[in-house]
Ligand binder design. Structure first.
Ligand SMILES: [Mg+2]
Length: 169
């Protein structure tokens, strides 16, 4: 792939988990809103259990003055219950990387792409879609190795795209 094609796939930040995202750094970049993926970003895939670490992270977002909206490709009803439990709005059936769900999330937060970061565990949905709309992009290491079959195929391509880039811990 050529450099220009690679850059739309390159996250601005790459971290081991949401808890280690440097919120002050995001603020310095002008970010005040977050569009956050659910499966394997906040919850292990096939789990409804919100960890204490994730709850604390959501609390810290509010404390630092960020607003956030979940944007999930998941179409199952349980994700709405999870969103309610953690107290964030959600756009489901998102079909990321296509822009319509990201735009819905931006509208819900009354946010512009320039002041918004996408946080997610997949290069070809979260990062590609976020970069295409000119948002800051934060890639997290997936919470579990379990995922949909096509996602597991894309993971191989992700390893190629990320080359030897290592997540910040
Ligand atoms: Mg995900």
């Amino acid at each position: 792939m050529r450099q220009a094609e690679m850059s739309v796939l390159a996250p601005d930040l790459y971290v081991t988990s949401v808890s280690v995202i440097d919120l002050k750094h995001l603020r310095q970049r002008g970010v005040r809103h977050l569009l956050v993926d659910l499966d394997n970003t906040l919850l292990p895939r096939n789990s409804d259990e919100v960890s204490e670490g994730v709850r604390k992270w959501i609390d810290s977002l509010h404390a630092e003055g960020f607003t956030a909206c979940l944007v999930s490709n998941n179409w199952h009803g349980h994700v709405k219950a999870v969103a309610e439990e953690i107290g964030l709005p959600i756009v489901t059936k998102a079909v990321k990387p296509f822009p319509s769900a990201f735009r819905k999330g931006l509208a819900l937060l009354d946010a512009s792409p320039r002041e918004t970061a996408v946080v997610g565990d997949q290069v070809f949905t979260d990062i590609l879609g976020g970069n295409a709309l000119g948002m800051t992009t934060v890639l997290v290491v997936p919470l579990s190795t379990s995922d949909l079959p096509h996602t597991l195929l894309l993971r191989r391509l992700e390893r190629f795209v990320l080359a030897d880039r290592q997540p910040l811990a």
